[in-house]
Design a protein around this ligand. Structure first.
Ligand SMILES: NC(=O)c1ccc[n+]([C@@H]2O[C@H](COP(=O)([O-])OP(=O)(O)OC[C@H]3O[C@@H](n4cnc5c(N)ncnc54)[C@H](OP(=O)(O)O)[C@@H]3O)[C@@H](O)[C@H]2O)c1
Length: 319
């Protein structure tokens, strides 16, 4: 099968297309998916660049697993003996390492049926970013109706789902992004939009019950004055040193305001829930651009620029 692979850590140019062995179903709870589309996430370029935490998992000197991609949308071509939720021919989406390839074999508990009202491309844009936003707001911050929520980095993959989910949970949403993104972020539901190139939310005198820093640009210390008495600050950024867990733990000891680092946990229940929200038109993925697999280098460059509006998607098959 065709796959985008990397054999050494480095810039986007280390990615290349190669023919590799097609995976087969090794466990009874796995399915074989012919991949239609897959998105590119920040995690893909962190692995490709060889950030230390990713090297500890994927090889210190060179990558052990050479195919990237963590989101998938496609058609089931075969199922393991213990698969009950899906059948051959089903259109599914979900989480699976190695999805920048023609075939993958994820476990059934990381997948859901594609919502009827979206394409493969749109479905591929959902899993990682939307589950991250959902779990951060619902499970970590325990979001409640009527709260004031600020989403920092509202125009990115995680951020644009966070805006829509925070509205779904009945909160007042302030979205922070740059000038060119203000209008579409308002269009997806933000009550207020702040242009970070012109004003700083830390100076507007408002307090928020939840501040979700989706792009790792604001520390807990900077956000403290803008949090309510029992306010929660969450960062999604795992590897940036100033967000080191020790700092967050120490910060939490000095006030009732809480600081949390969140690591998304892919699972089918959350995917099913997100799928139903998409079908009910409560949330929708926004895709800035789709690239064919043979433009994987350009797709990586784009995502690594940190300027993506919504999501970037790779099309593996186009028919
Ligand atoms: N913890 C987890 O489980 C988990 C899961 C997924 C992602 N993440 C992490 O979450 C972060 C965001 O991921 P993502 O996929 O949402 O990223 P992304 O889509 O690449 O984010 C791009 C967005 O960031 C905005 N941005 C860039 N600089 C900004 C600034 N100074 N202030 C405000 N916004 C700014 C850009 O808007 P402008 O062009 O308008 O500036 C752009 O829309 C990454 O660090 C990723 O590693 C963590």
């Amino acid at each position: 099968m065709r796959a985008a692979i990397y054999c050494s850590y480095g810039p986007p140019e280390v990615m290349e297309l190669k023919d590799v062995e097609q995976p087969s179903i090794m466990d009874d709870d796995r399915v074989l998916i012919r991949v239609h589309s897959a998105s590119v996430n920040a995690l893909d370029y962190l692995y490709r660049k060889g950030y230390l935490p990713t090297r500890l998992e994927n090889g210190l000197i060179k990558p052990k697993k050479s195919i990237l991609g963590i989101d998938v949308a496609g058609t089931i071509e075969a199922i393991g003996n213990n698969v009950h939720k899906f059948k051959v021919g089903d259109h599914v989406f979900g989480s699976c390492f190695g999805s920048h390839a023609e075939y993958v074999t994820p476990r059934e508990n990381t997948l859901s049926h594609i919502p009827k009202n979206v394409s493969f491309e749109e479905a591929a844009a959902i899993p990682c970013a939307a589950q991250t936003a959902l779990q951060a707001l619902r499970d970590v911050a325990q979001i409640k109706q009527g709260q004031r929520v600020l989403i920092y980095g509202a125009s990115g993959g995680v951020g644009h789902f966070a805006v829509q989910l925070a509205k779904y949970f009945g909160t007042e949403v302030t979205a922070v992004c740059s000038t060119s993104n203000l209008q579409w972020v308002k269009d997806i539901g933000a009550d207020y939009v702040l242009d970070y190139t012109k004003e700083d939310f830390e100076n507007n005198g408002k307090k928020y019950d939840i501040i979700l820093d989706a792009v790792g640009k604001r520390t807990f210390f900077r956000c403290l004055p803008s949090l309510t008495e029992a306010g929660v600050y969450i960062t999604e950024h795992l590897f940036y040193p100033k967000y080191h867990p020790i700092q967050l733990m120490v910060s939490s000891l000095i006030s009732r305001k809480k600081a949390k680092i969140h690591l998304a946990k892919p699972n089918d229940k959350d995917l099913d829930f997100l799928s139903s929200l998409v079908e009910e038109e409560k949330i929708r993925p926004v895709i800035e651009k789709c690239f064919p697999l043979n433009q994987i280098v350009e797709a990586h460059r784009h995502v690594e620029s940190g300027r993506t509006k919504g999501k970037i998607v790779i099309n593996i098959i186009t028919e």
